[in-house]
Design a protein around this ligand. Structure first.
Ligand code: AMP
Ligand code: MG
Length: 353
């Protein structure tokens, strides 16, 4: 079986292609990632303006599909199923992915191929690709991305959110701060580079409420701090980036540790673009070592938004019978290829586990 996955929840338009073979082994079906191609919206001055990001995805979608098909050495008729990110995300950009899924499925239907279309949840895809690529079996997921900051644990048929940000996502926090500092978008990688040269720690608000956290107040605090004329006499931008990272990643590591303890689990899995950060990875690894747990960190290309994780979750959902068929009535069924920008991780029943 070949599944083509489409990612378009936010800045990235990605196409992943996975080949999945159940015949070879009963216990661990053979899965190969044949392609994982993407193009991401970037901007020197502004952040993500939804309509502009959607335009970006329209501009790049055919190029990325062609790239992925070439990388996988496949032709369109070789595709057996199509999955796409249906939730959660920016409505403008999710729609592009859903449209691409529908267009490809209709094109294949013209070739008399009735491929199932599978809407999947982006947050769960981050977790499942981690379980596929690492040895993690039943991990706590520390999911730190642009819009989402959640601690997720599998309990009784659902991926439960046991802690999360009460306002903005950690990546959005970093990107907004970077914009204030004229560093461009995305800001996380730039802050990481500057932080390496930071020498002095600035005490910043540390906001954590049980298993939840928030970043909005910290952002306002820093905005006011850097407006003070004497601030940059005393500290450098590198000191600020260093202090920000130490503060917010300590906070994330603290909730992750509490999640491991409360859920009685001994595996931590990192997911989301902010998990590319070396300092966060280091803190989580040290914390896990200290309590005899294992810390699993997939490659960067599978941490940031990507099509491969959508393709893999497509395979899993299909195995549980969750798909849309265009077979009988194109218009009626194609309408169901829709999006749910606000759907939460714990609204979804997991039938394949
Ligand atoms: P995602 O939405 O999962 O693709 O993650 C995107 C977010 O990851 C953006 O907010 C980026 O600024 C952030 N990001 C990417 N690389 C890094 C890094 N090395 N350190 C911190 N944040 C990062
Ligand atoms: Mg993401």
């Amino acid at each position: 079986m070949i599944c083509l996955g489409i990612e378009s929840t936010a800045h990235t338009f990605g196409i992943g292609i996975i080949s999945y073979n159940t015949k070879n082994s009963k216990h661990r079906p053979e899965t190969t990632i044949l392609a994982n191609c993407k193009a991401s919206f970037t901007s020197k001055k502004a952040g993500m303006i939804p309509s502009q990001v959607a335009d970006h995805h329209v501009d790049v979608c055919d190029k990325i599909i062609t790239q992925a098909m070439q990388k996988a050495k496949l032709r369109l008729k070789d595709i057996d199923m199509i999955s796409y990110s249906a939730s959660p995300g920016i409505g403008h950009t999710l729609r592009i992915g859903a449209m691409v899924a529908r267009s490809l499925a209709l094109r294949l239907k013209k070739l008399k191929l009735n491929v199932p279309v599978i809407p999947v949840n982006h947050c769960i895809a981050h977790l499942e690709i981690g379980r596929l690529l690492t040895k993690a079996k039943d991990p706590i997921l520390l999911y730190v991305s642009g819009a989402n900051t959640q601690i997720i644990s599998y309990e009784a048929g659902k991926y439960r959110i046991i802690g999360e940000t009460l306002d903005i996502g950690i990546g959005n926090f970093l990107d907004t701060l970077a914009r204030e500092l004229n560093l461009g978008f995305p800001g996380g990688p730039k802050i990481q580079e500057l932080a390496k040269k930071g020498k002095r720690f600035i005490e910043l608000p540390y906001s954590i409420k049980g298993m939840d956290m928030n970043f909005g107040g910290l952002l306002t605090y820093i905005k006011q701090l850097i407006k003070k004329p004497q601030f940059f006499d005393e500290y450098t931008i590198e000191d600020l980036c260093f202090s920000v990272q130490e503060t917010i990643f300590a906070l994330m590591t603290e909730v992750a540790e509490r999640a491991l303890a409360h859920c009685d689990k001994n595996e931590l899995l990192l997911g989301g673009g902010v998990a590319c950060n070396k300092r966060l990875q280091e803190m989580c690894t040290i914390m896990c070592k200290g309590r005899g747990a294992q810390c699993f960190i997939p490659d960067n290309q599978y941490l940031i938004d990507n099509g491969a994780m959508i393709a893999w979750l497509g395979v899993l959902e299909y195995s549980a019978g969750n798909y849309i068929s265009l077979k009988n009535n194109v218009v009626k069924n194609a309408k169901k290829i829709t999006i749910a920008p606000y759907l939460r991780t714990d609204d979804i029943e997991i039938r394949y586990r």
